[in-house]
Design a protein around this ligand. Structure first.
Ligand code: SF4
Length: 382
C-alpha cells in the first residue's frame, strides 16, 4: 500500500538534530512501523490514532493518554503531528468559507466549507436538512496544488501543476476544517466532494490513501464522498476495483467530443465514449447513480440542441446517471460568458422532459472566489 503519510522530510540540517517526521496521514500498521523504535503495544497506537484523527490534536504534548515520558521521547526523536493549518479565511455572504491551508513545505492549498451544501446528493434522498446550520455541511477538498488538465473554463488550470498533495495533506484539509467548526462526522452530517484544485485521478495513490484514512479512523462514510474526474480512463479502471470508494462524478461539460475538445483538451486523449466504457466497469452500489457534471458556458454548450444530445448520451449510458448543471462562474482571463438564466432553466427542463434527472447547482461563494472552477486566485498571488 502506498504510504498514507507525507514524505519523511528533513528540514533541520544541523548535526545531531533528528529530521522532522510527520505522523498525520499514517494509521494502523504505518504508525506502528514509523514508531517501531519505541516498541509500542497496539493500544498505545490506537490512543495515538484517537488523538490524531478524532481529537485532531495539533501537538504530541497534548496526548494525555500517553505517559509524559513517552511523549517526550517521541518528540525528541523528531516526530510531530503535522496537522495542516488554516492560514487564511475568506467568508462569503452566503455562509461559504474558503480557506488557505498550509502544507508541510509552506505551499498553500484551497479548501471550501459549505454549510447546508448538499454534497452532490440532491435527488438521492427525500431527507429534509436538519435545523442546526452546520450539522449538514459539505467540504470541497483539493487533491493537487494547481492542475495539469487545462480545462479552458477553469481558473485553477491557469496555475499549471505545481505539485501533488500527500494523503495526509488531502485528509488533513478535512481535519483542519472539521476542527475549526467543531464538527464531528459521527454526529454531524458531513459530505466531502473531491472537486477542489487538481485532478484526483492524476494523484491516484495519495488520493485513495486519503479516502481510506477518511473512511477509516476519521469515520466519514464513503457514501458521503464524491470524487469528480475529468475522465482519466486508467484511473477510472483502477477505481472500479476499490473496495472502499466515493461516488463518482464525471466532468462532462459538452454534448459531444468536438465541443468537449475545445473546452477540455483531455478529450483528445480519451473520448466521451471511452470514458463511459470505463465507468461501466464500476460495480455500483444499490441505488447509486453516476453524476455527469455539466458547466454551462454561454453560447458554447447551453443551447437546446446541446441538451438533446446530452439526453441521448445519458440515456445510452449503460449505468444509472443524473446530470448536475452548473452555470459557469466567471473568472479573470477566462474567455467565456455566463449562460443566460432562462437558457439554464430551459436546458434543465429539456433534460427532465426526456426523463433525465437534472439538477441546477446553486453557486456557492462566488464573491470570495470559492465557486466551482474559481480556486486559484490566492495561491497565484503568492
Ligand atoms: S476543472 Fe478540474 S480537472 Fe479541469 S483544470 Fe480545473 S481543476 Fe483541473
Amino acid at each position: 500500500m502506498t504510504t498514507g503519510g507525507q514524505p519523511l522530510t528533513s528540514i533541520l540540517d544541523a548535526p545531531g538534530v533528528p529530521p522532522v517526521r510527520t505522523l498525520f496521514g499514517l494509521w494502523n500498521d504505518e504508525l506502528s512501523e514509523s514508531l517501531r523504535e519505541f516498541g509500542l503495544p497496539k493500544y498505545r497506537v490506537r490512543q495515538l490514532e484517537t488523538a490524531l484523527y478524532r481529537q485532531k490534536l495539533a501537538d504530541i504534548s497534548e496526548i494525555t493518554t500517553w505517559p509524559a515520558d513517552l511523549r517526550k521521547r517521541v518528540v525528541e526523536a523528531g516526530f510531530r503531528v503535522g496537522l495542516p493549518e488554516i492560514v487564511d479565511t475568506f467568508r462569503s455572504v452566503d455562509g461559504t468559507e474558503r480557506y488557505l491551508i498550509a502544507g508541510s513545505d509552506g505551499q498553500t492549498v484551497e479548501t471550501v466549507w459549505m454549510p447546508e451544501g448538499d454534497g452532490g446528493e440532491e435527488g438521492d434522498s427525500d431527507e429534509a436538512p436538519p435545523a442546526r446550520t452546520w450539522s449538514r455541511a459539505t467540504i470541497c477538498v483539493s487533491s493537487q496544488i494547481g492542475c495539469a488538465v487545462n480545462c479552458q473554463f477553469c481558473l485553477t488550470a491557469k496555475l499549471g501543476i505545481i505539485r501533488n498533495l500527500s494523503a495526509g495533506e488531502i485528509a488533513g484539509q478535512v481535519a483542519a476544517v472539521l476542527k475549526k467548526h467543531d464538527a464531528e462526522p459521527g454526529k454531524d452530517r458531513i459530505n466531502l466532494v473531491f472537486m477542489g484544485m487538481g485532478e484526483p485521478f492524476l494523484n491516484y495513490d495519495a488520493f485513495m490513501a486519503a479516502v481510506r484514512l477518511l473512511a477509516g479512523p476519521m469515520e466519514i462514510p464513503e457514501s458521503r464522498m464524491t470524487v469528480s474526474t475529468s475522465g482519466i480512463v486508467p484511473g477510472i479502471l483502477r477505481f472500479a476495483h476499490e473496495k472502499v470508494r466515493p461516488k463518482l462524478a464525471i466532468s462532462l461539460n459538452a454534448p459531444n467530443d468536438a465541443i468537449r475538445e475545445g473546452i477540455m483538451p483531455i478529450t483528445r486523449k480519451w473520448s466521451i465514449a471511452e470514458v463511459i466504457e470505463a465507468v461501466r466497469q464500476i460495480p455500483l452500489r444499490q441505488k447509486e447513480r453516476v453524476t455527469f457534471e455539466y458547466v454551462l458556458l454561454g453560447g458554447v454548450n447551453d443551447q437546446q440542441e446541446h441538451a438533446d444530445e446530452v439526453v441521448k448520451l445519458v440515456r445510452r449510458a449503460p449505468f444509472p446517471a443524473k446530470v448536475n448543471l452548473i452555470a459557469w462562474n466567471p473568472g479573470p482571463e477566462v474567455p467565456f460568458t455566463m449562460p443566460r438564466p432562462d437558457d439554464v432553466a430551459r436546458f434543465q427542463e429539456r433534460l427532465r422532459h426526456h426523463g433525465v434527472p437534472a439538477f441546477i447547482r446553486r453557486p456557492r461563494g462566488r464573491d470570495i472566489y470559492a465557486a466551482c472552477g474559481q480556486l486559484k486566485r490566492t495561491v497565484a498571488s503568492q
